[in-house]
Structures are given as C-alpha cells and as structure tokens.
Ligand binder design. Structure first.
Ligand code: COA
Length: 330
C-alpha cells in the first residue's frame, strides 16, 4: 500500500443559523448588561437555532460548502467524522444523518465527543486515517446547538454560548512537510465536573425529576475553567512551536477556541504573539463549542489572514476536561 506523505486541508466551510441574539437582548431576560458581557468575554452577538432545527441541519450546510471549496464529490469521501456534544439524537450518530443527506455513499461515519476540543480531535483522527492508508478523503465537521443545553435562567452561562457549524475536507497528499503537521491531544477526566450536563445519560436517565431540577443544562465553573484554559493554551502553543521547530515569527496565525478574549489575550501575549497574529470572531458568534475553532479557521482563510504556505496553530480546550492543538501548513 502506498502511504501518503501528508494529510492536507483542501477545503473549509461554515454555517450559522439566521437568528441573532445580542447582549442587549440578554439584558431583557437576565440581570446583565452589554457592558458586562463585552468587558468580561469580548462577546457581542451569537446566532441561535430555531426550535426544531437540529445540529445536522447546520452541519450539512457547512459540509456542502467545504466539499464545494475542495472540489470533492460526496461519493469520493471515505469517512465522515462529526464532533459534537449536541447530537441530533443519541442514536444514530449525527455523522450518519450527514452521510445520507450529503450522499457520501461510500463513507463510514461516526460521532466524536471531545466538547470544545472536538474539531482538533477530529482533525487528528482524519490525519491518522489518511496517513495509515485507511482513507484518502475525510470530511470533518464540528457542529453544535448549544442553545439546546443552555439554561437561559442562569446569567453566568447563558450569555456565553451560540450555535454554529464548521467543516473541513482533509485529503491525502504526496507533498511532504505540508497539511496537518502535528497534533496534540490531552484529557484529564478528574476535572469532568467542571463542565457537566448532569442528566440525560445512563448515569441519570431523563425523568420528570431531572427536568424539574433543570439537570439537562450545562453547569460550568467559569472561574476554574478560566485558569485551566490560560495554562493549557500556553502549554499547547509551546508544544507546537517545539515539535515543529518553529519560532513565533514563523507562525502566521494562532486560531484559538473562541471562549473569552481575556483568556485568549492572556495566553497568546505571554507566548509572545501580537494581537494581529491571533484570529478572533468571538464578538459575532460567542462560544460555539467544537464548532468554534472550525468556524474561526474557515473565516481566517476566507479573510486572507491564512494563505498558501502559511502556518497556523489551532488551539482548544473544553469539557472532559480535554485540550488539543494542531499545527497546520496551508
Ligand atoms: C464566565 C466568565 C465570563 C466569568 O467572568 P469572571 O471575570 O470570571 O467573573 P466571575 O465568575 O468572577 O463573576 C464576577 C461577578 O459577575 C457576576 N456575573 C456572572 N455572570 C454575569 C452576567 N452575565 N452579567 C452580569 N454579571 C454577571 C457574578 O455573579 C459575579 O458576581 P459576584 O462577584 O457578586 O458573585 C469567565 O470566568 C469565563 O469566561 N470562564 C470560562 C467560560 C467557560 O467555561 N466556557 C465554556 C468552556 S470552553
């Protein structure tokens, strides 16, 4: 079997639902203000799905765009990976709905759960499948309807999240030293309770009681996550620099999980990255979980901030706890 030299991202896409929720809109439903949200998070707006709209409805649009961008026919996709914590259903996988709707007739399909690190975990699986010769073309999508698990009575969390989907087509290439150069995946389950959706799984199946106690919504210890996120983001950037033998000057753009501008600023500035080398779209979309890095990566490319030959670091962290990075040469 001929093993390829690299796994390259050859197309990207994204989609957000039409409905926009601004900071001012939140001030009507909880005790908060545009000033507080902007200063503490950097967020101004987020897009929220309509009731009845499912995660695959967003992902299918992002995937079509990515396939189009890559010039790849759905029938040529070997594997569909969907990273999500808000699957359409527990059974079947959202990736299977997508496989059918997109017409990826020859592809295997599975979901992956790594919360906000999901896109990078999925890119790592795509790269591994390609470099091992198991697949030639992999469609990765990271999509969330976080509004379906957000408690809109809790001002500490509800302002943070939005809905959206990103997608990337990863394909085998004979060019060495290009594409996804390096990936780093980590987890620490001892911190699982820091970001928790208590009920709805096998531990606490849904019941009238779990609904009455509002246990089907995310519970987040924001202050603890803040410290963990800054530390891990620095470590991941440092690891990518060392593993790829690169200096800060040789990296065109850091594309971080869009969690909070204060977290991103603290970590990237300490690592020596000036603001113009850090891609932000948090003001438009808030935190869209696993979709966040996928959407930011797509927009950075579309806006010309990452071009052919450029090197970008994708960095994320989230529930699990998980944290992950990918160094990508375009
Ligand atoms: C959530 C987050 C924005 C809070 O910012 P912070 O500076 O840490 O703020 P604190 O939690 O210390 O809260 C400060 C005060 O603001 C209040 N507050 C919280 N949310 C508020 C809101 N939406 N509007 C107004 N006040 C708010 C708190 O009640 C607290 O008041 P108190 O001091 O009287 O108790 C920040 O910690 C964060 O971004 N954490 C990570 C988020 C996360 O986990 N995301 C998902 C994982 S990827």
């Amino acid at each position: 079997m001929n093993r390829p030299a690299s796994a390259k991202i050859i197309g990207t896409g994204m989609y957000v639902p039409e409905r926009v929720m601004s900071n001012e809109d939140f001030a009507h439903i909880v005790e908060t203000s545009d000033e507080w949200i902007t200063q503490r998070t950097g967020m101004k707006e987020r897009h929220l799905a309509e009731l009845g709209q499912a995660t695959s409805d967003l992902a299918v649009e992002a995937c079509r765009q990515a396939l189009d961008d890559a010039g790849v026919a759905p029938a040529d996709v070997d594997l569909v990976i969907c990273a999500t914590i808000t699957a359409d259903n527990v059974l079947p996988a959202t990736a299977c709905w997508l496989q059918d709707r997109l017409g990826c007739t020859k592809a295997g399909a599975f979901d992956l759960t790594a919360a906000c690190s999901g896109h990078i975990y999925a890119l790592a699986q795509a790269r591994a499948a390609i470099l091992s010769g198991q697949a030639r073309t992999v469609l990765v999508t990271s999509a969330e309807i976080l509004s379906s698990i957000t408690d809109y009575a809790d001002r500490g969390t509800c302002v943070l999240f939005g809905d959206g989907a990103g997608a990337a087509v990863v394909q085998a290439s004979d060019e060495p030293d290009t594409g996804i150069l390096y990936t780093a995946l980590y987890a620490d389950g001892s911190g699982g309770a820091m970001m928790l959706l208590p009920a709805g799984g096998s531990r606490r199946p849904p019941s009238h009681d779990t609904v009455d106690q509002r246990l089907h919504y995310m519970q987040i210890r924001g202050r603890e996550v803040f410290k963990f996120a800054v530390l891990k983001m620095e470590e991941l950037i440092d690891e990518c620099l060392h593993a790829c033998h690169l200096t800060v000057d040789q990296v065109t753009m850091v594309v971080p999980h869009q969690v909070n501008t204060r977290i991103i600023d603290a970590a990237t500035s300490r690592m020596g990255f000036p603001p113009e080398k850090v891609f932000l779209n948090i003001h438009k979309y808030g935190n869209t979980g696993g979709a966040s890095v996928a959407m930011a990566h797509h927009e950075a490319i579309r806006e010309g901030k990452i071009g052919p030959g450029d090197t970008a670091f994708l960095v994320a962290f989230g529930g699990g706890l998980t944290w992950a990075a990918a160094a990508i040469r375009h």
